[in-house]
Design a protein around this ligand. Structure first.
Ligand code: DAH
Length: 337
C-alpha cells in the first residue's frame, strides 16, 4: 500500500513540472501505457494476498482514475497555453501606423491642359496629335512660311538638320490632319513645342493647344462664337473678350484675342502693361494657301484656326509670375494645385 502512495506522489511530482504536450504523453505512457507502472500493478493484483486485495484493488483503481483525470486536465491546460502562444506569435499589431504614401497631384499644366481639351471636346472637337520632331515642310513651308520669311526668325527654331526641326508650334498638325482626312473637321491638337528662348515668361519647351474647324461656309463669326464660349468657360462668364487685328502667315484675316485684365479688371496694371487687356491666343481664318498645300480646294472649303500657350493661360489663371516654377518640380509649389 505504501508503494501505491509513493507511486501517486511521484506522478504528482512529474506531472507538475511538465511543460509540453510531448512530455505529458511520455508520462501517460510511463503510468498508463501497456507496459506502464499502473497497468503492471493492476496485472499483479492476483498475486496480492486476499485480505488486502479489495483495498489494494480499490486504491490502485482510484489512483488510475486520479492519474487519468490529472493527465486530461493537464493536457487541456497545455493545449490552451500552446494555442495562446501561437496566437501571440502570429498576431499582427494592428495599432502600428501604416506606411503613408502621400497622394500625388496633377501638375498645374496638365490640369489646365485637360480643362482646355475638355471644354473643346464638349463642343464636339476631336483630339489629334502630331510629331514633336517635325519636318521643316509642315512646321513652316505648308503653313505659308517660306525659307526666307521673317516669321521664321520670330520662332527661334531648334534645328535637327536642314529640313528637320523640333516643332515650334502645334500648327503643323493642321496640315497633317487635312492631308489624311476630309471635312467637316473640328480638331484640337495639344502638345509640346520647342523654341530657343528662356526667361521669366519663356522656356525652351512649353505646351500649346491648336484648334481648327474646316467645312463649307465656315465664317469668322464661328471663330468668335467658339473662342468666346471657350474663354468664358475657362476664365469666367463675365470676362471681356476682344479680337485685335494681327498677322500670321497661315491665317487671313488674323486676330489676336485678348481678355480684359483679370488682375485690375481693365483699369490698367503692371501685368497688362497699363492696357487693361491680356493677350491669350492667336487666331484667324485659314489662309487659302494652306488649304492648297493640304490638297483642299479653297473655293469649296473655309475654316478657322487658333493656337494658345498652356503655360501662359495657367500663369494668368493662377497668378503665377515665373514660368520656370512649372519645371522646377518643387513640391511646395506643385502641392498647391
Ligand atoms: N502658331 C502660332 C504661334 O505659335 C499660334 C497661332 C496663331 C495658331 C494663329 C493658329 C492661328 O492656329 O490661327 O505663335
Amino acid at each position: 500500500m505504501d508503494e501505491l502512495l509513493v507511486l501517486k506522489d511521484s506522478f504528482i511530482n512529474e506531472s507538475s513540472t511538465v511543460t509540453s504536450l510531448s512530455g505529458l504523453q511520455q508520462i501517460r505512457i510511463k503510468y498508463l501505457g501497456k507496459k506502464g507502472i499502473v497497468t503492471a500493478k493492476l496485472k499483479a493484483l492476483s498475486s496480492v494476498s486476499t485480505e488486502i486485495r479489495p483495498l489494494y484493488g480499490k486504491t490502485i483503481n482510484e489512483i488510475k482514475k486520479f492519474i487519468e483525470t490529472e493527465l486530461d486536465k493537464k493536457e487541456a491546460e497545455l493545449k490552451k497555453e500552446e494555442h495562446k502562444k501561437r496566437v501571440l506569435s502570429e498576431a499582427i499589431d494592428i495599432t502600428l501606423p501604416g506606411k503613408y504614401t502621400p497622394p500625388g497631384s496633377e501638375h498645374p499644366i496638365n490640369k489646365v491642359l485637360h480643362e482646355i481639351t475638355s471644354i473643346f471636346t464638349s463642343m464636339g472637337f476631336e483630339i489629334e496629335e502630331g510629331p514633336e520632331v517635325e519636318l521643316d515642310y509642315y512646321n513652316f513651308e505648308a503653313l505659308n512660311i517660306p525659307k526666307d520669311h521673317p516669321a521664321r526668325d520670330m520662332q527661334d527654331t531648334f534645328y535637327i538638320s536642314d529640313d528637320i526641326v523640333l516643332r515650334t508650334h502645334t500648327s503643323p498638325v493642321q496640315v497633317r490632319v487635312m492631308e489624311k482626312r476630309k471635312p467637316p473637321l473640328k480638331i484640337i491638337a495639344p502638345g509640346k513645342v520647342y523654341r530657343c528662348d528662356a526667361d521669366v515668361s519663356h522656356t525652351p519647351m512649353f505646351h500649346q493647344v491648336e484648334g481648327f474647324m474646316v467645312d463649307k461656309n465656315i465664317a469668322f463669326s464661328d471663330l468668335k462664337g467658339v473662342l468666346e464660349l471657350f474663354i468664358h468657360s475657362i476664365f469666367g462668364p463675365r470676362t471681356p473678350v476682344r479680337f485685335r487685328p494681327s498677322f500670321f502667315p497661315f491665317t487671313e484675316p488674323s486676330a489676336e484675342v485678348d481678355i480684359g485684365c483679370i488682375f485690375c479688371s481693365g483699369k490698367g496694371c503692371r501685368v497688362c502693361k497699363s492696357t487693361g487687356w491680356l493677350e491669350i491666343l492667336g487666331s484667324g481664318m485659314i489662309n487659302p494657301k494652306v488649304f492648297e498645300f493640304a490638297g483642299y480646294s479653297p473655293d469649296e472649303y473655309s475654316g478657322f484656326a487658333f493656337g494658345m500657350g498652356v503655360e501662359r493661360i495657367t500663369m494668368l489663371k493662377y497668378s503665377i509670375d515665373d514660368i520656370r516654377l512649372f519645371f522646377e518640380n518643387d513640391l511646395r509649389f506643385l502641392n498647391q494645385f
